[in-house]
Design a protein around this ligand. Structure first.
Ligand SMILES: [Zn+2]
Length: 109
């Protein structure tokens, strides 16, 4: 009887740790508002200059993430993408680790 009670109370209080995607509501510390503006300009230029290309598609997706406040975070694992990486490839959606994994998959396919 006592054991039954213990088990049921343990079962009801079962809770899994929830992984936080963002540390807080503020944007990435490593990207300044000015950098974001410049990156947005680059993305808009890609969409305008190369309509219908894969590059334009990923730039459009990056602009959407920027609007929803998710820009600068890996879409796979939620980690922050470094400002240097974003500056070099503004439409990048994956952190270096996830990109490396994806590249391996692409090679296998
Ligand atoms: Zn990642």
């Amino acid at each position: 009887m006592v054991i039954d009670q213990l088990q049921s109370s343990r079962g009801s209080s079962l809770s899994l740790p929830i992984k936080k995607k963002h540390k807080d509501a503020s944007m990435s510390e490593s990207l300044t508002a000015q950098q974001l503006l410049r990156i947005r300009g680059k993305l808009e230029a890609i969409v305008a200059d190369q309509p219908g290309t894969k590059h334009a598609d990923s730039a459009t997706a990056a602009l959407q993430r920027m609007r929803s406040g998710e820009y600068g975070y890996c879409i796979e694992c939620g980690d922050e993408i470094s400002a240097a990486r974003l500056a070099a490839r503004p439409d990048v959606a994956l952190c270096v680790d996830c990109q490396a994994l994806k590249d391996e998959e692409d090679e296998d396919a």
